[in-house]
Design a protein around this ligand. Structure first.
Ligand SMILES: C[S@@+](CC[C@H](N)C(=O)[O-])C[C@H]1O[C@@H](n2cnc3c(N)ncnc32)[C@H](O)[C@@H]1O
Length: 355
């Protein structure tokens, strides 16, 4: 690969994309501002340049064969202030300027309600400057609209593109995690990977006909090797008081979307007596709320459980405090999804390069 140029991973974090890439036999140079996430990535064997990439001249990375990027999602995600939504037209205007060779980022940044909204144009700035043979970008689903605009601009520069939303449970990750992807290639058509597993929908009871041939999604219990003991994941989502202890998700299903603050999630099991039987003898309806609560055992989700739910190898060497570790996990791309997406993004370029 070195003779064709580098694979560059922008906003590389702790290494979700890199883990998927390594499974395909490639490695990337990651650019990342956060020292702790970079330390994790390096401990896992992934190369990092610690820098604010909005100040970097992309040409220093030329020639670049492949470009990967997951800009930060806080400006757009449901957990953040969501000012990115109101900044979208400014980001689009800046992207159009970049496509015409005009770098107006400083002007648009000043006009943005959240200056971080404009970090979303960085992958496009690098792509237009470096002309990598293939591209893979990822962000939260509200950014799909921006990816579509970027895809049109990349088409003007000779790329074949595809934009879509993929969900992690469809690729064997024990978690429902929908993310918007853009893939592009200068070497041929691109298409998203076929799902390997069925999609999960808590309100749906029948398997859609076009998913009958797929394997069942992976449950939390199965991924954690939990066994048959009933357990419930309690998220921090209280849904305006409708779920006082957090929204429940049974262990026989895939988990909710893991986020930076999900270290507060709890695992709820029945308290058992010395014979291993549930302590509670009366039916639930016969218990007061406090009796019901005291019949439950609650413990915080562990870093290793979260690591597995995010699709990483269980011994992934996260660095920093417990909060730092959960923040890095919540920020990561699920490696199995990364592997499937990257294989498709680079398919034509690999064939062309005869690899
Ligand atoms: C969504 S996370 C990346 C996930 C990662 N790509 C993966 O594969 O798991 C976004 C990352 O962008 C980093 N970041 C934010 N602003 C940055 C900047 N100006 N320059 C470089 N990295 C930045 C954050 O520290 C965070 O790790």
């Amino acid at each position: 690969m070195a003779e064709h140029g580098t694979i560059l991973d922008l906003f590389a974090g702790a290494g979700g994309w890199d883990e998927g890439l390594a499974q395909l036999g490639h490695h990337a140079l990651g650019v990342e501002i956060d020292e702790i996430a970079s330390a994790t990535a390096e401990a896992a064997g992934h190369e990092r340049l610690i820098a604010d990439l909005s100040h970097l001249n992309p040409r220093r990375f030329s020639p670049t064969w492949g470009l990967i990027a997951s800009p930060p999602c806080q400006a757009y995600s449901t957990s953040g202030k969501k000012l990115g939504h109101r900044d979208k037209q400014r980001v689009i205007a800046c992207a159009r300027d970049l496509s015409k060779g005009r770098d107006t980022r400083d002007d648009w940044r000043r006009r943005c309600l959240d200056p971080d909204s404009l970090l979303t144009v960085e992958p496009l700035r690098f792509a237009l400057s470096l002309k990598p043979r293939w591209i893979a970008f990822e962000q939260v689903t509200p950014v799909a609209e921006l990816w579509r605009v970027f895809a049109d601009l990349l088409t003007d520069h000779g790329y074949r593109t595809e934009v879509g939303v993929l969900s992690a449970e469809s690729y064997g990750v024990p978690q429902v995690r929908k993310r918007a992807f853009l893939i592009a290639s200068l070497d041929g058509p691109v298409k998203f990977p076929e799902p390997t597993h069925r999609s999960f929908n808590a309100r749906r009871h029948l398997v859609p006909e076009d998913e009958l041939h797929l394997r069942q999604w992976v449950s939390i219990a199965e991924a954690l090797g939990w066994g048959a003991r009933p357990a419930t994941l309690r998220s921090t989502h209280t849904n305006s008081g409708r779920h006082p202890g957090g929204a429940p998700r049974s262990f026989d299903r895939p988990a909710f979307t893991f986020m930076c603050g999900s270290g507060h999630w709890k695992i709820e099991t029945e308290k058992t007596n010395r014979t291993g039987r549930p302590e509670r003898r009366r039916p639930e309806g016969a218990l007061t709320a406090s009796q019901f609560r005291s019949s439950k055992h609650l413990e915080r989700i562990t870093v290793q459980q979260a690591t597995i739910i995010q699709g990483f190898r269980p011994d992934y060497p996260w660095q920093g405090s417990r909060n730092d570790r959960f923040r890095q996990i919540g920020n990561s791309v699920c490696p199995p999804v990364a592997r499937h997406v990257l294989r498709e993004a680079m398919r034509s370029s690999v064939q062309k390069a005869g690899r």
